[in-house]
Ligand binder design. Structure first.
Ligand code: TYC
Length: 114
């Protein structure tokens, strides 16, 4: 405890003289990063199994979840692979596009602010 009008100097030194007792939380000035959706687009040529493979391998989806997302994109035209801070989202998009290009599939992937 900080020394107050009721404490002798001895008492103050015995308890360490510091500010014991009340703990207050300070709020450090930090900002949550803006999040970005990674979107997968449908096309007529990319094999369904390739899309599932990408969703499992790059977006850590189970086979079931990957299949669900792939079918959603196939039927609706676009779907969400995941939501990440900008740099991670951008990296995922690049990785999807690189893999698709290597396999010569026209698969497209993009990012959109959440
Ligand atoms: N429409 C593709 C097909 O019929 C499958 C597909 C699904 C392609 C999702 C791209 O993002 C995609 N083979």
């Amino acid at each position: 405890m900080t020394r107050n009008v009721f404490m002798s100097r001895d008492e103050d030194e015995r308890d360490g003289g510091g500010k014991t007792g009340v703990v207050t939380k300070t709020r450090p000035k930090t900002k949550k990063p803006s999040m970005y959706k990674v979107l997968m687009l449908n096309d007529d040529y990319t094999p369904m199994e390739f899309v599932v493979y990408v969703l499992e391998g790059l977006f850590n989806k189970s086979r079931e979840e990957a299949t669900r997302i792939m079918l959603h994109v196939h039927q609706r035209g676009v779907g969400i692979c995941g939501v990440y801070p900008y740099e991670i989202a951008e990296t995922k998009v690049t990785q999807v596009m690189d893999l698709a290009r290597q396999e010569q599939h026209p698969l497209q992937c993009t990012l959109e602010k959440d």
